[in-house]
Design a protein around this ligand. Structure first.
Ligand SMILES: *Cc1c(COP(=O)(O)O)cnc(C)c1O
Length: 377
């Protein structure tokens, strides 16, 4: 079967291999069969290995939904009665966590920093010191809207020092940038199958501390569908998801994990990094500028400022690239005009070189000033 290969430079879902796409073509199976439970059991065990989590201390819990379900589940399930959540917020995904707190009427402190700056750890510590009711600290590892990498190990250390649980949204780093759950001071991390695992949308997972999940059995149940303990308990007792799992998506995730281990943690990270460097090389040559200081970037998302040129029209450039098999993505910052190019997915340096040939052709067509070309004139 011939499947057209599109290069997705959006921040997930990412470009997948054909073997992952085809892994979904399986005989029909009722997911309540033991065969399927065994498949999910192995998947849950293998997910632990991605973040070097020991099965004695950690577990993984699967959910049917996009990545946001994980943030929802962690925040609504892991907060004891009468306690407060601290969100260390320097971007769109931590702001989403704040909205989740609002929707569940949870007590929270939204400690905001500019989107193009790292959180100030002294301020984080001051808030923890002054608010002894904080029981959970949450932040985002790679803020996918800007590509900034947050110092999770340091934030986690502070959270633990003040007796709080640390949950991290690792959706846009897990299975790409190496994570060590214990060394990084993480109690709960999370992702969905369509990002680092380079599999399909619809399956999300939380990897975290088993005894903390067990403790949370006594916390208020704020959601029927999205409760961490209930889903964990159901898995432990029956090997099943509480409600119908995304069957074919699970097969694709199993294949995605197999390919992750075959490539290897280091080789995978090096590949993403060289794709990221190639993106920067291409942008530099055309005179584009980053939003985030280069040394603060996580190595996966490049957030690019619009050029100061009346001929620049993002949608026109997007449509030209799209027609040629390349997807670029708008920014996610309210008061700045940016777009994004991401180093996610089953792509390599040659794909980026091919992309820039197309991107440059779009700019030339539209008459956008390009330093590299202007020099030749
Ligand atoms: C992609 C992503 C999510 C999940 O977003 P969905 O739209 O629910 O798929 C959450 N957090 C981060 C940091 C992400 O990059």
């Amino acid at each position: 079967m011939e499947i057209k290969r599109n290069i997705l430079l959006n921040p997930g879902p990412s470009t997948t291999t054909d073997t992952v796409k085809l892994a979904q073509l399986v005989p029909d199976i009722c997911p309540r069969e033991k065969e399927f439970a065994d498949l999910m059991h192995r998947l849950r065990q293998d997910l632990l290995k991605v973040v070097h989590a020991s099965p004695d201390k950690y577990t993984s819990v699967l959910f049917c939904g996009s990545g946001t379900i994980n943030i929802d589940v962690c925040l609504n399930s892991l907060l004891p009665e009468g306690k407060r959540i601290l969100i260390v917020n320097n971007g769109a995904y931590s702001s989403r966590a704040v909205e989740i707190c609002q929707y569940y009427h949870l007590d929270y402190t939204n400690l905001e920093f500019p989107v193009d700056e790292l959180p100030d750890l002294e301020r984080v510590e001051a808030v923890l010191r002054e608010n002894s009711d904080i029981a959970l600290v949450h932040t985002t590892h790679n803020e996918t809207g800007t590509g900034i990498l947050n110092p999770i190990r340091e934030i986690g250390e502070l959270a633990h020092w003040y007796g709080a649980v640390f949950t991290v949204d690792t959706t846009s780093t897990l299975a790409m940038r190496p994570i060590d759950i214990e060394k990084d001071n993480i109690d709960f991390c999370m992702a969905s199958a369509q990002k680092g695992l380079m599999a399909m949308t619809g399956l999300s997972f939380i990897i975290g501390n088993k005894s903390l999940i067990e403790q949370s059995a006594a916390y208020p149940k704020r959601s029927y569908y999205c409760n961490l303990y209930m889903q964990y308990d159901y898995f432990e007792k029956t090997g099943q998801m509480h409600f119908t799992p995304p069957v074919q998506t699970v097969y694709a995730a199993v294949q995605g994990l197999k390919e992750y281990f075959a490539e290897g943690e280091t080789a995978r990270w090096e590949r993403h990094l060289r794709v990221f460097e190639a993106i920067h090389e291409g942008l530099d040559a055309l005179g584009f500028q980053d939003l985030i200081r280069r040394e603060w970037q996580a190595g996966l998302v490049v957030c690019v400022k619009y050029p100061d040129d009346p001929h620049w029209d993002f949608d026109r450039v997007h449509d030209y690239c799209y027609a040629h098999g390349f997807t670029i993505y708008p920014g996610k910052i309210s008061d700045m005009d940016t777009f994004r190019l991401c180093a996610l997915g089953a792509i390599d340096v040659q794909d980026i070189r091919d992309f820039f040939a197309v991107f440059k052709a779009a700019l030339v067509r539209d008459g956008v000033q390009i330093p590299e070309i202007d020099e030749l004139r």
